[in-house]
Design a protein around this ligand. Structure first.
Ligand SMILES: [Zn+2]
Length: 102
């Protein structure tokens, strides 16, 4: 590297220029441009995974509900619909939570 004051070469790690004595400013470390992107990508991957898990759980529960509603049509269908609505509500809350954590 070179002295920013006089332009003479200085030893790596030197705190002062041997020629002019001015303090050597260490060049700022290059910003890690990929860091944020990696972090965001990691968060998105995790969020997608959580959503996929939630969706898988939901569809499993929905198929159980559908099965039980098929066995007991009538009154239970209404209850099942209510539970399904609640499951969907829970999932949308889960989605909100995941998105807020991004
Ligand atoms: Zn110098």
């Amino acid at each position: 590297m070179f002295c920013q004051n006089c332009g003479k070469p200085v030893l790596v790690g030197a705190s002062k220029c041997a020629s002019c004595g001015s303090a050597i400013g260490f060049p700022a470390p290059p910003p890690p441009p990929d860091d944020d992107i990696d972090r965001i990508a990691e968060n998105l991957k995790r969020a997608a995974k959580e959503l996929a898990q939630s969706a898988a759980q939901l569809s499993k529960r929905l198929s159980v509900e559908a099965e039980s509603a098929a066995k007991n049509p009538g009154a239970s269908a209404k209850r099942a619909a209510g539970r399904v609505a609640k499951e969907l509500d829970d999932l949308s809350k889960e989605v909100d939570r995941v998105l807020q954590n991004l």
